[in-house]
Design a protein around this ligand. Structure first.
Ligand SMILES: Cc1cc2nc3c(=O)[nH]c(=O)nc-3n(C[C@H](O)[C@H](O)[C@H](O)COP(=O)(O)OP(=O)(O)OC[C@H]3O[C@@H](n4cnc5c(N)ncnc54)[C@H](O)[C@@H]3O)c2cc1C
Length: 549
């Protein structure tokens, strides 16, 4: 692309970086390619490269920008005062949804019956999700929830059996119509009420039996993606908190009594609508046993947490790629930024963080792939999902700020993607279980399955043997988790657990970089700023060359 367009009489435009567009977002990312291969996805390189080229195109980037500049609008009423309860989206949002559905981001880990698809389907989908998150995050909310809802619907085989033929298609059908008449469907989730999000036991929304179905009355304070075709909703039934399948249309074809009050005015995630909603005797069918609502919906939540970690890692990857692209083209004091030793120190330290994050999320997805037939992998999934969500999602905002700064002032303006990424980053830590809640979840997994957790810690010790700081970290984690005042130390111990698991995952992909990561993160406490580490110039070059050839 020409960087000098003769459009100004006063000056020429030069020394600006070209847009980071029309690239293959998969193949240009060696740490991702190698992590996918290391965890079972080597044979699908071609499919992932095609996905990477498509999502890396300028046309997809434009859709991402348009969907966020033209935010969804609630149409609560028509001109005559009748309720409509519809949300209108810009066409770019629908196009993003259609492209995501077309490649199976919302269902490819399930077979046609809603059973795990097997093989490396989790790793392969995660690679796509990682790439898609680099282009647009908001639309991935309903995509994630649809994929994850299937795990909760498994508790209610009749609902799973009737919805799966529609969920399993790769069509996106945005029409406002009953789900059973559509070519494809999406699902959302309603748990959080005004008086409590973490503590869902405090839900006040009521469910009253009505024949084989229920009538739900109450509210939800956050319910995202309100144009989903159905929601999994928590409400209090006679036997306690229960999970319900609440469609937008009742079985007689009438619009269900789901009344949207407002859309949230959010910091980021602006292409996605998040509603405040009331249910006025809304029709719903029970999912799982009455009184077992948390146990049922947690199956869904494990998967949305996994996606939060993948998406945050993808956001950081995008920040790094844009920063590197800029630094290789922008000259300051007669030298490219990428050749200035101090910028190299910053970028290579960031590259190391992303490389570890990519390896770690792919390792986690490998556990999701293996867990139906391997109890150790199931234990890894339960212990590490909250730890990984905690560490990766909470590290993303600071990382993206640093990436933005690498572009100087251009990083801060809305025409570039980094300002949007920066505003998007905190939500993955806040929703689906905020930071402290993730730490408490790790403690819960430890207390409920102490033996399994201990064997995971032993395996991590074995996989990181001899690496700097690894043995001390294992001892520290073991001791911290045994203490009665474990909650007080939980953040310290959970972060260390995630770092240790990162070293183990990276050791499977590239041992030299596992050693670097261990030396700068386990053997020493990493400084609060990127680049404040002592990496040798050969290692810095290798990290940057791998990050973007
Ligand atoms: C953009 C957006 C979209 C959302 N979409 C949905 C949706 O579609 N469906 C849905 O159901 N919800 C949704 N949510 C809600 C979200 O899941 C909740 O906000 C989240 O679970 C936290 O609940 P809360 O806001 O009630 O905060 P609280 O539960 O009050 O928590 C506040 C803080 O206290 C901490 N905390 C809680 N318990 C403890 C403890 N025991 N010890 C120490 N610290 C603790 C938490 O980590 C958190 O930092 C959405 C939120 C956002 C921001």
């Amino acid at each position: 692309m020409s960087m000098t367009q003769p459009s100004f009489s006063t000056h020429e435009v030069f020394n600006q970086s070209p847009p980071f567009e029309d690239v293959d977002l998969f193949s240009c990312d060696r740490p991702l390619v190698e992590a996918v291969a290391a965890f079972g996805g080597a044979s699908v390189h071609g499919e992932l490269a095609e996905f990477g080229r498509h999502w890396g195109s300028a046309a997809m980037a434009a859709r991402g920008r348009l969907a966020n500049e033209n935010t969804p609008k609630l149409r609560a009423f028509d001109s005559r005062g009748n309720r409509r309860d519809e949300v209108e989206f810009h066409p770019a949002y629908h196009e993003l949804m259609a492209h995501a559905a077309h490649s199976g981001l919302h269902n490819s880990t399930w077979d046609a019956q809603g059973k795990p698809a097997g093989g490396a389907s989790e790793v392969v989908r995660a690679a796509k999700f990682y790439v898609a998150a680099q282009v647009e995050g908001g639309h991935l909310c309903p995509i994630t929830m649809t994929r994850a809802a299937v795990a909760a619907l498994a508790s209610q085989p009749d609902i799973l059996a009737k919805t799966m033929p529609v969920i399993a298609t790769r069509s996106y059908d945005p029409s406002f119509a009953p789900w059973w008449t559509k070519r494809g469907m999406t699902l959302g989730m309603g748990m959080t009420e005004k008086q409590g999000g973490t503590d869902v036991r405090a839900n006040l929304t009521r469910a009253e039996a009505d024949g084989d179905a229920y009538r739900i009355t109450g509210h939800k304070w956050f319910m995202s993606a309100p144009m989903c075709d159905a929601f999994l909703v928590l409400a209090q039934a006679d036997a306690g908190l229960s999970c319900f399948f609440m469609p937008r249309f009742a079985p007689d074809g009438s619009v269900n009594a789901i009344q949207f009050q407002r859309l949230k005015d959010k910091l980021g995630n602006r292409s996605n609508a998040s509603s405040e909603v009331e249910f006025v005797g809304a029709y719903a069918e029970r999912v799982g046993e009455e009184g077992k609502g948390i146990r049922t919906i947690i199956q869904m939540v494990q998967l949305t947490r996994q996606d939060c970690a993948i998406a945050s890692a993808g956001l950081m990857r995008s920040g790094l790629a844009h920063a590197l692209n800029h630094a290789r083209h922008r000259s300051v004091f007669q030298k490219h930024l990428a050749d200035q030793p101090l910028m190299q120190a910053v970028l290579s330290d960031m590259a190391l963080h992303v490389e570890a994050s990519a390896a770690l999320v792919m390792r986690l997805c490998h556990a999701f792939d293996r867990m139906p037939q391997d109890t150790n992998e199931a234990a890894y999934m339960r212990l590490l999902t909250p730890a990984i969500k905690y560490w990766i999602c909470k590290s993303a905002p600071a990382f993206l700020y640093e990436a933005m700064e690498c572009l100087g002032g251009n990083g801060y303006v809305e025409e570039g993607i980094l300002a949007r990424h920066y505003r998007e980053a905190p939500v993955n830590a806040i929703w689906e279980g905020s930071g402290n809640v993730m730490c408490l979840d790790v403690l819960r997994a430890l207390s409920r399955e102490a033996d399994a957790a201990l064997s995971i810690l032993r395996a991590l010790a074995e996989q990181t043997k001899g690496l700097p700081g690894a043995a001390d970290s294992v001892a520290f984690i073991g001791k911290a988790f045994q203490r009665l005042d474990g909650e007080r130390l939980a953040r310290l111990a959970v972060e260390r657990l995630a770092l240790l698991a990162s070293v183990a995952a990276l050791n499977t992909v590239l041992p030299r970089h596992a050693e670097l990561f261990a030396r700068t993160r386990l053997a020493a406490t990493h400084a609060s700023m990127y680049g404040a580490v002592d990496l040798e110039s050969g290692d810095m070059r290798a990290l940057l060359e791998r990050a973007l050839p």
